[in-house]
Design a protein around this ligand. Sequence first.
Ligand code: ATP
Ligand code: LTN
Length: 331
Amino acid sequence: MNKIVLSGIKPTGIPTLGNYLGALKNFVKLQKEMEDYDFYIFIADLHAITVFQDPKELKQNIKNLAAIYLACGLTEEKLTLFVQSEVNEHAALGYIMQSISYLGELERMTQFKDKMQKQVQGVTSALFTYPALMAADILLYDAKYVPVGEDQKQHLELTRDLAIRFNNRYGETFTVPEGLISEKGARIMDLQDPSKKMDKSSENGRGCIFLLEPLSSIKKKIKSAVTDSEAIVRYDQENKPGIANLMTIYSIISGLSYSEIESKYHGKGYGDFKKDLADIVADEIGVIQNRFQEIINSKKLEELFDQGREKAKAYASRKLQKVYKKVGLGR
Ligand code: ATP
Ligand code: LTN
């Protein structure tokens, strides 16, 4: 069996605390736990342009994202880090995935429906076929596990369906992947509106913590997060979504369980809780920011990208040839 763990993040802006707790921190943890697996981690720039990106900013975001991956603690050993658009096979297999996906199943995707609602005008056809490209990203490398946040669960289900459909139609070709969604932190909510997911491309930045913003501003955002009037630190997702979200962040970073946090703040108000949370978040992000500064201008990044591209290309091109043959394409 192929021992590959694969995931991607779109370079659509500076990654958020949501990306960190839902995805990045998990990659690092898994890399430590799954010693005999190869980690393919890529920057999903083709996915990013499903919504317009300023070309100069996109280039900078690609580089920043790679440096952030490393700054969060991914180790180079057993890591294949690459940029999606540098491996043409993604787009080619993406097209083949489109040719076996149905309109109906793409129309059901909630991420598409949400973005349609928000954007109204100028929704691109690539935003619609996005999950077919995502399936290609995964199937191209026979990835066994795909760590992602909760919002990607439906896309992963579709990827599995497409792999099975292709295998049934053309013969055994693809590994059917499994998602790895962390129990906690899979869905960090906006600090100002806990009914919305914390999103790096959302318009209102006040509810969103960016990994590269000044620590003082991070602390301020946490201290002004929306809570409720009960003034008791208690985990109740339904009735106290603001506090529940802050407790989730606290719990992942400190390692304390919800009940341990409840006891710790028993008899204290939200002020103490938020102040401590602001400090532990700022400490954790501070370490990432320091490492980021060392990495961003080093030669290492370019070297890793070059090696990653070659390794990914070698695997992907073999796989794509096999697919073309099965489908009957070419001469
Ligand atoms: P955009 O806002 O441009 O749609 P995004 O942050 O939602 O971007 P990605 O950058 O592609 O999307 O997300 C990368 C990873 O971070 C994915 O695994 C996704 O599930 C996870 N993720 C994104 N937002 C959150 C969140 N608020 N909580 C937990 N995980 C998240
Ligand atoms: N769709 C994902 C990003 C993404 C991805 C992937 C994640 C693109 N291709 C392959 C895992 C595997 C998102 O929007 N967060």
